[in-house]
Design a protein around this ligand. Structure first.
Ligand code: PAF
Length: 298
């Protein structure tokens, strides 16, 4: 009993230490106070509603760096759908608890919209060399321009040495890597493997909105990707895509937005497999009106 009481006192103390920082000036000041010339700085950009996928990025960042900033900001300019932005889960108190359990020494940067968009919600213009012409880019108009706008703002203002992103958003990862190099931002962009639930469902903040039945049905996404991977040895991309469409049609709760087998570097659909080519299968599916994405290396 006494141990429990002491523990919850300790947890409250840690949470007090974990006060989120809302403005950039304070963040820079706190980082400067903590860091010596040599200590490196990592950034883990998130939109909050943290799950095991985010926590795996944070753990890796903490292991590999002296100082870690976790940004929590639901970025309005990357949503092409107002309803989706409104419904995006937000729970800062619970996020802080999760971060404190990994490392209370992290800086949590949770700015208001006006802090990152002082001149209004304007998107930058990025030439993404076709990386945004397929899949998410084709189905969510302007999405990646919004992602690049906010990630560039974060990279420039936090000035990390490294930044961590999950491979669940594989297209986003490649685009951010391209944008940082094209804009000559001195940062290393690190991609981290997808974290899955026991059922195989890729961890996502949107999973919170799934009912128990939908969650069970959503596990089919990974099963289908797994079978597509097996088929890739012997069947063409067109044959596999046809099989995926039929498979999804047989599950009434799922609606396929796209299935694509693409080159892992260019993200262009594969027409003919090359011997040393690296490919991935990508899909976006609606279930109960909730949009889920996933991908697998082939
Ligand atoms: O992947 C996300 O959560 C967001 O797209 C990101 C990178 C934090 C930018 O808002």
């Amino acid at each position: 009993m006494q141990i429990c009481r002491n523990y919850s006192k300790f947890a409250r103390f840690i949470l007090k230490l974990m006060k989120p920082i809302h403005d950039l000036e304070e963040l820079r000041e706190k980082i400067n106070r903590r860091s010596s010339e040599k200590s490196n700085l990592a950034l883990v950009p998130t939109m909050g509603a943290l799950h095991e996928g985010h926590l795996s990025l944070i753990r890796k960042a903490v292991r590999e760096n002296k100082n870690v900033v976790i940004s929590i900001f639901v970025n309005p300019t990357q949503f092409d759908n107002k309803e989706d932005l409104k419904k995006y889960p937000r729970d800062l108190a619970s996020d802080l608890k999760k971060i404190a359990a990994v490392s209370p020494a992290c800086f949590v940067f949770a700015p208001d919209v006006s802090e990152l968009y002082p001149n209004g919600l304007h998107k930058g213009k990025y030439n993404l060399k076709g990386l945004d012409s397929t899949m998410e880019g084709a189905h969510r108009k302007g999405h990646f321009q919004g992602v690049c706008t906010i990630v560039e703002a974060l990279l420039r203002s936090v000035a990390p040495d490294v930044a961590y992103f999950g491979e669940k958003d594989f297209q986003q990862l490649l685009i951010i890597r391209h944008m940082a190099a094209a804009r000559k931002i001195p940062v290393q962009i690190i991609g981290c493997p997808i974290v899955r639930e026991k059922s195989g469902l890729a961890m996502s903040s949107r999973n919170q909105r799934l009912s128990e039945t939908s969650r069970e049905k959503a596990a089919n996404i990974y099963r289908i990707l797994g079978t597509a991977k097996q088929k890739f040895g012997t069947e063409s991309a067109t044959q596999i895509a046809y099989w995926v469409q039929e498979e999804i049609k047989s599950i009434p709760e799922l609606k396929l937005e796209y299935f694509e087998i693409a080159n892992e570097m260019s993200l262009q659909p594969v027409l003919r497999k090359r011997k040393n080519g690296k490919y991935r299968a990508f899909m976006a599916v609606y279930i109960d009106g909730i949009r889920l994405i996933d991908n697998i290396a082939l």
